[in-house]
Design a protein around this ligand. Structure first.
Ligand code: SF4
Length: 419
C-alpha cells in the first residue's frame, strides 16, 4: 500500500510573512480598551429606549431599538435573504439551508472573545444589534414573524435545519428554552430539526437534558480554540473573558451522554496559532467520543481584537480541512498521518488513488456543520462567506466545480497524477 507524500511548507500565501501557516507567536490578540460607564451594558440603547417596529436591519446611523429575546432574535444575512425579510444576492448561492438564530439583548454578549465581532469590548463603539458577526450584519426579526413565515409551508421550506446560537448573557439559558418551545409549538422538529449552539459557561447538565427533552436534535459546543493555551488567550483570562476550557469540556461530555453518538460536536477555528497536528488531534478525540467537528477558517473580523492579524493561509486551511474530513467520514486516523516538525501534515496516510477520489469529490472542502437532508457529510449550515471573501473561498457553500478543485489542489500542493 503506497501512501501519498508531498512537500509541505510551500509558501503559497505571501500575506503571512511568507509562511504557509499562522504560528502561535504571531497570533496574539490586542488588549481590550476601556468602555465609559454610560456605554456599558447597552447603556445607549436602554437610555434611548426606542420601541422596535418589526424587522430591524443593522444601521449604525440610527437609534438602535431596545430589542430582547425571546421576542426578538437576530438572523444571518443569508437566512434573512432566504426568509425574504431582506433583499440581496449571494455569490454562486441561491439560499442557505440553515436558519441560524442568534439571541439578542441591548447588553449583548458579556464575553470578550478576541476573534468575535459580538464581543463585549465593542460596546464603546457599536450597539449590539448593529455589530458585524462572522463578516456580515445580522438583522433582528420578531420571533413570531419568523415562525409564521416558516410554518406557512414547512414541507417546501428551503431550510433543512434551524440552529439557536446562545450568547453569554444571564437570560440566555431560559430564552433558548423559550425560543425552542415557541418553534416546536408550530413546527414539527422532525420536519425541520433543531441544533443548539451552546454557551457552556452559563449551563449545567440539567440544561442539556432539558433541551434534549424539548426536541433539540443536535448539541454543539463552540470550543473554537484547539488548545487550552489558545482558548485562554482568546476567550479566557487573556482578554478579560469568562470562559474556561474545562467547563466547555464538561458540557461537551454532558452532550455526549445526553444527545448520544453523532448528535453532538464542536466548532473549531483553524489558524489561531495552533498546529495542524493540534487540530487534527482534537478532531480525532471528538470522533473517538462519537461526535463531529465543524471547522472554520480564522478571518480577522473587523472591530475584533484580532482584526490586525492574518487570515489563515489557504494551504494550512486545506490540509486541515482534508485531514478533518478523512477522520470524520473516511475512517482516516491521525496515527496513520505524518507531520513535520512544525506540525504540518506531510502524509494523509491513505493510498494516493483513494486520496485523489476524495479530493475530486469536493465534499471535504464544503462548509461543515450539522447535516441537512442531502447526506450525512453535507452540512445544512452552508451560510456563505463567513470566514472568507468570495474571491478567496475557504469553506465552499456549494459543491466545488472543476475550476474550484483545480485551485484547491494547487493550495494543497497535490497535483493530479500523470497517467
Ligand atoms: S461567547 Fe460567542 S458570541 Fe460571545 S464573544 Fe464569545 S464567540 Fe462571540
Amino acid at each position: 500500500m503506497s501512501c501519498v507524500k508531498f512537500e509541505g511548507g510551500q509558501p503559497l500565501d505571501t500575506a503571512n510573512n511568507g509562511l504557509d501557516f499562522n504560528p502561535f507567536d504571531a497570533m496574539e490578540p490586542r488588549a481590550p480598551g476601556k468602555t465609559s460607564k454610560e456605554l456599558r451594558n447597552g447603556g445607549r440603547v436602554k437610555s434611548q429606549d426606542v420601541a422596535p417596529k418589526g424587522v430591524y436591519r443593522p444601521d449604525y446611523n440610527i437609534l438602535t431599538p431596545n430589542m430582547h429575546s425571546p421576542e426578538y432574535v437576530q438572523v444571518s444575512t443569508a437566512a434573512a435573504i432566504t426568509l425574504g425579510v431582506t433583499t440581496g444576492r449571494m455569490y454562486r448561492c441561491s439560499c442557505t439551508r440553515c436558519l441560524n438564530l442568534l439571541l439578542t439583548y441591548p447588553e449583548g454578549c458579556r464575553a470578550n472573545c478576541a476573534y468575535c465581532g459580538l464581543a463585549r469590548h465593542r460596546e464603546a463603539e457599536r450597539d449590539y444589534a448593529d455589530r458585524n458577526f462572522i463578516r456580515v450584519d445580522w438583522p433582528a426579526v420578531p420571533m413570531d414573524v419568523l415562525i409564521d413565515k416558516v410554518a406557512g409551508d414547512v414541507e417546501n421550506s428551503p431550510f433543512h435545519r434551524m440552529c439557536i446560537s446562545m450568547i453569554t448573557h444571564p437570560r440566555s439559558d431560559d430564552d433558548t428554552v423559550a425560543v425552542l418551545k415557541n418553534w416546536t409549538s408550530r413546527i414539527d422538529p422532525d420536519a425541520i430539526p433543531v441544533s443548539i449552539l451552546s454557551n457552556p459557561t452559563t449551563m449545567g447538565r440539567e440544561d442539556v437534558v432539558n433541551l434534549k427533552n424539548l426536541g433539540a436534535d443536535i448539541f454543539t459546543v463552540a470550543i473554537d480554540a484547539a488548545t487550552p493555551e489558545i482558548f485562554d488567550r482568546t476567550r479566557g483570562k487573556g482578554v478579560q473573558s469568562p470562559h474556561k476550557w474545562e467547563k466547555y469540556w464538561e458540557v461537551m461530555l454532558d452532550a455526549r451522554d445526553v444527545f448520544g453518538p453523532q448528535k453532538f460536536g464542536a466548532h473549531i477555528i483553524v489558524g489561531m496559532g495552533e498546529t495542524e497536528y493540534d487540530v487534527l488531534k482534537l478532531v480525532q478525540k471528538l470522533v473517538g467520543l462519537g461526535g463531529h467537528s465543524h471547522m472554520f477558517c480564522f478571518f480577522p473580523e473587523d472591530g475584533s481584537l484580532m482584526d490586525h492579524l492574518p487570515a489563515t493561509p489557504r494551504d494550512q486551511w486545506r490540509r486541515v480541512q482534508l485531514g478533518r474530513y478523512l477522520i470524520d467520514y473516511c475512517d482516516g486516523r491521525i496515527d496513520q498521518m505524518k507531520f513535520d516538525d512544525q506540525g504540518r501534515v506531510t502524509d494523509f496516510g491513505i493510498p494516493r488513488g483513494q486520496l485523489d477520489d476524495i479530493i475530486d469529490a469536493g465534499i471535504a472542502f464544503r462548509t461543515s456543520g450539522c447535516p441537512g437532508k442531502f447526506q450525512d457529510d453535507i452540512s445544512a449550515c452552508d451560510r456563505p462567506y463567513g470566514d472568507s471573501p468570495p474571491s478567496n473561498i475557504a469553506r465552499y457553500p456549494f459543491q466545488p466545480k472543476k475550476k474550484d478543485l483545480k485551485k484547491i489542489r494547487k493550495q494543497l500542493n497535490i497535483p493530479h497524477q500523470l497517467v
